[in-house]
Ligand binder design. Structure first.
Ligand code: CAA
Length: 283
């Protein structure tokens, strides 16, 4: 199947990055969010991130302008429904994702492939509530989307070969690398990454180190580009907690229990960079 147009639902940090790379790869993009402010912020951010790519000679001014011209924004969810491939990139809460798919279903073109950028929720379960489990799969980008090379492709139990191959073709056109993951809680990247971040929060909680010594240890001692607490702030502490809960519930093993300090920060609304406060203070 040929994909020409991409619908992106959710204009937050993942959604705007997805719209950015899709438009640069030549796809027509319809970017949707319920909030006009979020759409305006996303368009502005995509423009600034592309400007930075122009200034570093990664893309030309002409490529930038053409890509920006391929992005249409809308608050009207059914507007997304006629695209060839939809990527849902809303908040990491199953009820919200479910509501989005329920609202899209009556308007979808027959050929449209539905995907979710979920970082941990069961693809098989999300797909089972739609009219097209064979045309449904996980399409999981890493943050920041324009920089990170990997996309995890997750097949649900019913996903067919054509859907997988179509999505694989899109990843290749983006110039990224696909990792094929089976549909188990948190897939590959977050199954490994989140317990490490959670352990870093336990290391802080138990007083083994402070924020700086923990992050510096992993940066200088393990060559990670960001320390685990800085990375948690970057991803969003609510997202980290949601993923730990999926691992804990889905695998029923106490080794995945979220650190109480992580829960407390989320309860305080200290969600990391996006709220200007997390393990670090960005105010
Ligand atoms: N759009 C476009 N380009 C961007 C960008 C963006 N949003 N953010 C950064 N860049 C580019 C910069 O322009 C720069 O380009 P050049 O190499 O051409 O100079 C390059 O990325 C590096 O950026 P900076 O120099 O500003 O900063 P840095 O060297 O400190 O790198 C980083 C920043 C790439 C974010 C790096 O710190 C890093 O790789 N951190 C780890 C990120 C990570 O682990 N991501 C995965 C999170 S897990 C996930 O996403 C899954 C999930 O479900 C939770």
């Amino acid at each position: 199947m040929t994909v020409n147009s991409i619908g992106v639902v959710g204009a937050g940090q993942m959604g705007n990055g997805i719209a950015h790379v899709m438009a640069l790869a030549g796809y027509d993009v319809v970017l949707n969010d319920i909030s006009k402010d979020a759409l305006d912020r996303a368009t502005d951010l995509i423009g600034r991130n592309m400007d930075r790519q122009v200034s570093r000679e990664k893309i030309t001014q002409d490529e930038r302008d053409q890509a920006m011209g391929r992005i249409v924004t809308t608050q009207d969810l059914p507007h997304v429904a006629g695209t060839d491939l939809i990527i849902e990139a809303a908040t990491e809460q199953e009820t919200i994702k479910q509501k989005i798919f329920d609202s899209l279903l009556p308007h979808l073109a027959e050929h449209t492939i539905l995907t979710s950028n979920t970082s941990s929720i069961s693809i098989t379960r999300l797909a089972s509530r739609t009219d097209r489990p064979e045309k449904f799969m996980g399409f999981h980008f890493m943050n920041p989307v324009p920089v990170m090379q990997l996309v995890e492709l997750i097949r649900g139990i019913a996903t067919d070969k054509q859907t997988y191959e179509t999505c694989l073709g899109v990843v290749e056109k983006l110039g990224k690398t696909a990792a094929s993951a089976e549909d188990f809680p948190a897939f590959i990247v977050n199954r490994i990454l989140m317990p490490m971040i959670n352990e870093a929060v336990y290391t802080l909680y138990e007083g083994v180190g402070n924020v700086n010594s923990i992050d510096q240890s992993m940066k200088l001692g393990a060559n990670h580009p960001m320390g685990p607490l800085e990375l948690a702030d970057f991803i969003g502490l609510d997202t980290c907690l949601a993923i730990m809960n999926v691992l804990h519930d889905g695998l029923a093993d106490t080794k995945y229990r979220p650190c109480p300090l992580l829960t407390k920060y989320v309860e305080a609304g200290w969600l990391g960079r996006k709220t200007q406060r997390g393990f670090y203070d960005y105010r």
